[in-house]
Write a protein that binds this ligand. Structure first.
Ligand code: F6R
Ligand code: MG
Ligand code: MG
Length: 366
């Protein structure tokens, strides 16, 4: 049976500040999703949040990029924004960049990850959601999951993974894409994805069967808006087991935090801390950035779950390590490498500061 899994998210108002989502906003989303399921527009849904981002997880029969589903998500976010405005939540409707829906929610502010799948005998999926970071944050974990034998032993000892995976990488600034067959292309792949602010892994495919293995949201809010609105706070769907890495291999990259861009005012590097949904409440210096993961089995489109995958105590050390890394970065204050380099600041204060200083610059004599 073919089924599409759509994860569509938006920051439509924070409680308090940018740290969390207000329960009444999520109740509104739940209500809209409940009606859509009752009217057979979607098969099933789960509403959750990661920090100040509302997350709509939906299964349906309309395929990827469906106007019906995107409009449903858009209208749901609009209704949620009304609630956010009623309670004067911070930044109510901040990610909804347009006044009118234009057929596809991509390019309008919200983040989108979707995959149409042929549901397997047992369909295990893991949905990752992050707050206070940008698209591109999934590059390192996706590389480790699907191309690094030190992370995924299945690449070495499981016959159905041994031929590797194909990576589709997007150049989000030049609007181009390129594919790499791994393992033979890993060095070329790493040249690009090691620069995650420009090159993002969009999707991963099984090389033998062509099946979709993973897909992520690559929307860049600042590029869409032409200014800093908020961080992208991306999402990513990964299929697990069988022809794909095991659940534990998919989660393993998060056992050691790595630095991502985002955090305070979207202008810093900070560790991505793996947490439970309940702990996805970035507060210290508006962070540090968080990642959550919900696991589901999909049964004829029904979402059997969620299971809070990063709640597990085996990620305690990673959380401690992330706090230490946060301490070290914070000691740098406004200095790089904590603060982002200048070219990444172009959507914040840099243009105004340079404009103000332009007459004070003098040419060096020698
Ligand atoms: C980062 C983020 C926050 C805000 C900061 C200022 O993604 O959302 O760090 O940038 O709290 O917020 P405003 O400008 O809304 O007062
Ligand atoms: Mg926010
Ligand atoms: Mg957010």
């Amino acid at each position: 049976m073919k089924v599409t899994l759509s994860v569509i998210k938006a920051d439509i108002g924070g409680w308090v500040g940018h740290s969390d989502s207000y329960p009444k906003v999520l109740e509104k989303a739940e209500e809209a999703m409940f009606h859509a399921r009752k009217n057979n527009v979607i098969i099933d849904y789960h509403v959750t949040k990661c920090g100040d981002d509302a997350q709509l997880i939906m299964t349906h029969k309309h395929g990827e990029g469906s106007e019906i589903i995107h409009k449903l998500a858009w209208n749901t976010f609009l209704e949620c924004t009304e609630v956010a405005k009623r309670y004067k939540l911070h930044g109510a409707g901040q990610d909804l960049l347009s006044d009118a829906f234009s057929g596809n929610i991509k390019g309008m502010g919200p983040g989108v990850a979707e995959m149409e799948i042929d549901e397997r005998e047992a369909e295990s999926v893991l949905i990752f959601m992050a707050d206070k970071t940008s698209s591109g944050a999934w590059n390192m974990p996706l590389y480790k999951i699907f191309a690094d034998p030190f992370n995924t032993i299945g690449l070495v000892i499981a016959g159905n993974l041994h031929n590797g995976f194909t990576f589709e990488v997007h150049d989000v600034k030049d609007h181009k894409k390129v594919t790499f067959n791994c393992p033979e292309d890993i060095y070329d792949l790493l040249v690009l994805i090691g620069a995650p602010s420009r090159y993002c892994i969009k999707s991963v495919y099984h090389r033998d069967t062509g099946e979709i293995a993973a897909t992520s949201s690559t929307q860049k809010l600042s590029l869409m808006a032409g200014r800093y609105v908020g961080k992208d706070d991306p999402v990513c769907i990964v299929r697990a087991q069988g022809n794909f890495p095991a659940v534990g291999e998919v989660l393993e990259p998060f056992a050691h935090p790595f630095f991502v861009e985002g955090w305070m005012r979207g202008s810093h590097m900070g560790p991505l801390m793996p947490v439970s949904v309940a702990d996805a409440t970035p507060s210290r210096f508006d962070g540090p950035p968080r990642v959550i993961c919900l696991g589901f089995q999909i049964a004829n489109g029904e979402l059997v779950g969620p299971k809070d995958m990063l709640e597990d105590i085996s990620f305690e050390n990673a959380r401690g390590e992330a706090n230490l890394m946060a301490d070290i970065m914070r000691q740098h204050g406004p200095f790089e490498p904590h603060r982002l380099p200048l070219d990444e600041m172009e959507y914040t204060t840099l243009p105004q500061v340079m404009d103000k200083l332009k007459d004070r610059f003098e040419v060096l004599e020698d």
